[in-house]
Design a binder for this molecule. Structure first.
Ligand SMILES: [Ca+2]
Ligand SMILES: [Ca+2]
Ligand SMILES: [Ca+2]
Length: 368
């Protein structure tokens, strides 16, 4: 009798406190779009993680938000679960297990999004929208290979207010990482051509608020699934202890970055409603996070206008997309139009706020 009571008491505990990977989890983990079977140490990104993921940190509002991410595995499958709200969006999960994946999504047909990755090139795209979940393998040549539900079991639930969950079981037979580390990011996103308002893990620089703004995701959840290097998934480990967020931004290469600005036109006429615009160029081979300040000087050295101070930018190698701040309308700091003549854009940048590691000048002509 006592034993029966104990069994009832255990069954009524709503969440499992701890669980480890095991040879066969198919009796516990069910791919059904409900995530109550995951244990506390299988929620690898949630409000208690070292790099927390929170409900409500989305640029697109609480009803389009990644809440938390769980994963675990057995000898056959990697199981991934994402609690999320996708009221008028969907959810993507990207998984990297081998070289040769894709680093941007803007040329990918139905999977086309204004999202690129830094130091992350996934081999799988999972796209959950309403009741459907699509899973595709993808290569750097942009070839997409849709995978069936028989090959990769998946489920996505969503109620009328958008709350729900994605679950997927990826067989190790086609995804085992030779290096022992698998990496992933989850994010809300909308129809083709949209970016993302919330990802897990979050990038090092805040995501833009606009739905179609380009988003760069530079921080990745890295999961060591084969610490011993025996080419088999580790059994008996707590997933939360095997998962870390690889930092982006400031942790990227610091040594070789040089930032320049390039005016898009040599001259402009403010009276014709023209503005002077410029783009920033990162002439190193790695993405870099820098704090940039831009000023306009007259040829006699007089400060004419401060455009911005210590603006945080994540710059891809080469010429970066135009930023709305990188413009000057020919008005000085007192709100007066400047006289015609040559002016100098001065860019100062550093890899920490307030740092002055380099500067660059370029001239522009004001035509009156
Ligand atoms: Ca489930
Ligand atoms: Ca969130
Ligand atoms: Ca987030």
């Amino acid at each position: 009798m006592k034993r029966a009571l104990l069994a009832v008491a255990l069954l009524s505990i709503p969440t499992i406190a701890a669980a480890t990977t095991a040879p066969d989890l198919s009796a516990r983990v069910v791919i059904d779009g409900a995530t109550d079977e995951y244990a506390a140490d299988e929620w690898v990104l949630d409000a208690t993680s070292p790099r927390p993921e929170r409900p409500g940190d989305s640029q697109w509002g609480r009803d389009n938000d990644v809440h938390r991410v769980a994963l675990t595995w057995d000898s056959t499958f990697l199981y991934i679960a994402v609690d999320c709200a996708t009221y008028d969006s969907g959810l993507m999960v990207w998984i990297e297990y081998a070289p040769g994946g894709i680093s941007r999504l803007d040329g990918l047909g139905d999977f086309r999004r204004q999202i690129s990755f830094s130091r992350f090139a996934p081999n799988y795209i999972v796209w959950a929208d309403r009741g459907d979940v699509f899973v595709a393998r993808v290569s750097a040549s942009q070839a997409l290979q849709l995978r069936s539900e028989d090959e990769i079991p998946r489920a996505f639930s969503r109620n009328a207010s958008g709350e729900g969950a994605l679950e997927i079981a990826v067989p190790w037979s086609e995804s085992f990482p030779a290096g022992g580390v698998l990496r992933l990011i989850a994010a809300v996103t909308g129809v083709t051509g949209t970016g993302t308002g919330d990802s897990a893990p979050d990038p090092s620089v805040a995501l833009p608020a606009g739905r179609t703004d380009q988003a760069t995701l530079d921080q990745v959840l890295a999961v060591t699934v084969d610490a011993g290097g025996n080419r088999k998934p580790d059994i008996g480990v707590a997933p939360a202890g095997a998962a870390t967020v690889e930092p982006g931004g400031a942790a990227l290469a610091r040594s070789s970055a040089k930032v320049e600005l390039v005016p898009t036109e040599k001259t402009f006429a403010p009276e014709l409603s023209q503005s002077a615009e410029f783009v920033l160029v990162n002439n190193s081979t790695d993405p870099v996070r820098v704090y940039v300040s831009a000023r306009v000087y007259a040829m006699d050295g007089r400060l004419v206008r401060v455009l911005y101070e210590d603006d945080e930018r994540l710059l891809d190698p080469g010429t970066n997309s135009p930023n709305p701040l990188d413009t000057w309308n020919g008005i000085d700091g007192n709100g007066e139009p400047v006289a015609g003549g040559i002016y100098v854009f001065n860019l100062v940048w550093g890899e920490e706020r307030g740092a002055r590691e380099g500067s660059f000048n370029a001239s522009v002509g004001v035509v009156r």
